[in-house]
Design a protein around this ligand. Structure first.
Ligand SMILES: Nc1nc2c(ncn2[C@@H]2O[C@H](COP(=O)(O)OP(=O)(O)OP(=O)(O)O)[C@@H](O)[C@H]2O)c(=O)[nH]1
Length: 364
């Protein structure tokens, strides 16, 4: 039996009052989002427009247009498992997509872990992406005051600027704010919710697989070219922003599979909470024509996926990394050690393997 395609899950996050529910209401009217299930924390909290129905006892209600709305009754994992169960037993007819709206104060990482790291869920679902709503009026002050908000921006795949109708988009303040967001997360496109930019087509299907062609669209997913611009002109970096680093690691030669595994294991075991996000495409020495895709959030990595081939002529290993309180130089040195690139004052892989007392990466 052919296994059905995993159901894409998008995580909608953003600070309190940033406009998540308003955005969701607009998106749910889009015919592209038929057969979508929305998972929220409490029906009581949210003003889903379609929510004119009495609250059902099992925490799932049907919205108009065939969408579903569920509350997280226990763990998110249970809610996601229950949805799959309903689909398999015919209690719901179709499930094309799931959107999980996090509470405004939430760190999105545990939600991402639930999807990427759960052995059963990972068979049925795939993370499509993180959408972060950012308020164009109060966003700057929110980022100054709350480091959770900075983290929500840093882990985004798409940033939606809300309330742009209330500001002058040509003002220098707004330009400074969008460049601040760009500095925190160069890879995430910024879309305004009021210019019709933030439509379903731009926000969803930003994962690795293009559902239309069923092939991997690495450049759209990775967006590593966005990291090459020089963002160093930003002055007066706020103390929360100063903790965030966004950079890429590249390597021309195929990497030994063991070396890659050791690099990832060491990074995630020793630096897990500092590693906000890492994704990339890697050429491995055992099968250089079929690269592997890596995707991690803190210590949880999605099982690596082998692609049938390189998406284009660029056959370099490229990893994009977003960290908090972890210097680019540290990660780059560790990577170079495992890929065998000689570095001054740093042991290479051979030296580390032949000297069990050396601690990789911890060279002062
Ligand atoms: N003018 C304007 N107001 C907006 C826009 N988006 C949201 N709002 C208003 O901002 C307030 C908060 O919006 P919500 O959509 O409830 O925000 P939220 O992120 O879901 O809020 P919490 O669930 O409390 O975290 C509401 O009064 C909205 O009407 C926008 O694009 N323009």
């Amino acid at each position: 039996m052919n296994r059905p395609d995993p159901i894409p899950v998008s995580v909608l996050t953003g600070f309190l009052g940033s406009g998540k529910t308003t955005l969701l209401n607009r998106l749910l009217k889009d015919p592209d989002l038929r057969d979508t299930a929305v998972i929220i924390n409490e029906f009581g909290d949210v003003g889903i427009d379609h929510l004119l129905v009495e609250q059902s006892s099992d925490g799932v209600i049907e919205l108009s247009d065939g969408c579903l709305c569920c509350t997280v009754r226990g763990e998110l994992v249970d809610t996601l498992a229950d949805l799959v169960d309903r689909l398999h037993t015919g209690r719901i007819k179709a499930l094309g997509r799931v959107i999980v709206e996090t509470t405004g104060l939430a760190d999105p990482a545990p939600v991402l872990h639930a999807i990427m790291g759960h052995p059963v869920l990972v068979q049925n679902y795939r993370l499509d992406g993180v959408i972060t709503a950012v308020d164009a009026v109060n966003g700057d002050a929110t980022l100054n005051a709350h480091e959770e908000a900075v983290k929500q921006v840093a882990v985004a795949d798409r940033i939606v600027l809300t309330k742009t109708d209330l500001i002058d988009p040509a003002s220098p303040e707004f330009a400074r704010f969008t460049s601040r967001l760009m500095h925190l997360n160069p890879g995430a496109p910024q879309l305004s919710s009021n210019d019709d930019e933030a439509k379903a087509v731009a926000l969803f299907d930003c994962g690795l697989y293009d559902p239309a062609t069923k092939t991997a669209d690495v450049s759209r997913w990775l967006r590593d070219e966005a990291y090459r611009h020089d963002h160093d002109h930003v002055h007066d970096v706020n103390r929360h922003d100063a903790r965030i680093r966004a950079f890429t690691l590249t390597e021309d030669k195929p990497i030994e599979p063991d070396a890659l595994e050791m690099f990832v294991d060491l990074l995630r075991s020793s630096q897990s909470d500092k590693l906000l996000r890492m994704k990339g495409i890697v050429g491995l020495a055992d099968d250089p024509d079929r690269p592997v895709v890596l995707h991690g959030v803190q210590s949880i990595f999605h099982p690596p996926v082998r692609l049938a081939g390189w998406p284009d002529d660029d056959r370099r290993t490229r990893l994009v990394v977003i960290t908090r309180d972890l210097e680019e130089a540290f990660v780059a040195r560790l990577f170079a050690a495992f890929t065998g690139t000689p570095q001054i004052d740093t042991p290479d892989l051979q030296a580390m393997e032949s000297n069990p007392l050396s601690i990789p990466g911890f060279k002062p």
